[in-house]
Ligand binder design. Structure first.
Ligand code: FUB
Length: 310
């Protein structure tokens, strides 16, 4: 019996060790987490919510002027590598817009490509465009490209490289869109397509695609009722057609009007990254990034994630 108790205790301690301390980032607000595993560490590329101050940002709305990157060897201890891209360092961005929304980052041939939406200066594109900044290390220094990606008008870029080396970029503009990327990772290589197989009604944004055992999972926040819940759809190919597969996280889970996700496998465990209102329960545009373990069923469907410590 003593041995069994000791083994159970050891398992509980090991399991707790695998569980992240939520919220993950406590020295600032953070949202829209794009988590990646590079060189055995988790890198986190979130949006950076800041409070609106007079003359900076629109009261009651999102206010974001730059991006930080964070890294962790264990999902518990996080290093803030500081600002990697800011609205004042992107040549085409409106440096007064405070609209640096959900980003993503991916590695190809030893270079790191950071994708971000921002409002272009007037006279360029109206509304949101998507830019790229390139670095030799996952924490920068990142060099923003002079112009946004031609052919994309929208927010929430997500990039994946398929097993055959073809890169795809996804984004949102009410619905979800996708296209092939050229090997230079900065230009489209096909016409954008509206992705099919998702609920017709309600805003869909924040696309995040990953592949497991030949199934392509497209995950996204969707306003099915009043606020966003995380859903997913499955396909046999990166641009679909997809088949709606269910809810990943309920709408009540984030405490915010928004939620936004990424999914990674790290040290043999899958994790869902998302955000909620942990550090700002009375204003849901100052969000905080979290992570919880994610599990698959035998048939490849995903079990709903219930947030910890709520
Ligand atoms: O963070 C600003 C916007 O809120 C994101 O781009 C959306 O996905 C939503 O989380």
């Amino acid at each position: 019996n003593f041995r069994r108790c000791a083994a159970l205790l050891a398992f509980i301690l090991w399991f707790n060790g695998l569980m992240a301390q939520n919220p993950l980032i406590q020295n600032q607000f953070s949202a829209d987490p794009s988590a990646r595993v590079f060189n055995g560490k988790v890198y986190l590329y979130p949006s950076h919510d800041i409070p609106v101050t007079p003359g900076h940002g629109k009261p009651g709305w999102f206010c974001m002027q730059d991006y930080h990157v964070f890294s962790s060897p264990n999902l518990t201890d996080w290093t803030d590598h500081g600002v990697i891209v800011s609205q004042t360092t992107v040549p085409w961005a409106d440096s007064t817009a405070y609209s640096m929304w959900a980003p993503d980052c991916i590695e190809r041939n030893g270079k790191y490509y950071f994708y971000f939406p921002a409002t272009a200066k007037s006279g360029t594109n109206k509304g949101f465009s998507v830019g790229v900044a390139i670095a030799d290390k996952p924490y920068g220094p990142f060099v923003p490209q002079p112009l946004p990606i031609a052919g994309i008008h929208g927010i929430d870029p997500n990039v994946q490289i398929d097993k055959d080396g073809q890169a795809y970029i996804y984004w949102a503009q009410g619905n979800l869109y996708g296209a092939k990327l050229k090997a230079n990772m900065t230009e489209l290589d096909s016409e954008p397509v509206k992705l099919e197989g998702f609920p017709d009604k309600g805003l869909k944004e924040g696309p995040y695609l990953f592949e497991r055992k030949g199934i392509y999972y497209m995950t996204y926040p969707h306003v099915a009722n009043k606020t966003e819940r995380l859903e997913y759809a499955m396909s046999a190919s990166p641009l679909g057609p997809f088949k709606y597969a269910g809810v990943l996280m309920d709408e009540s889970a984030s405490g915010c009007w928004t939620n936004h996700q990424s999914i990674i496998k790290f040290k043999d465990q899958w994790y869902l990254f998302y955000h909620n209102d942990d550090l700002s329960p009375s204003f849901d545009k100052n969000r905080s990034v979290r992570a919880d373990s994610l599990f698959f069923n035998e048939d490849g469907t995903i079990r709903k994630v219930i947030p910890t410590l709520r």
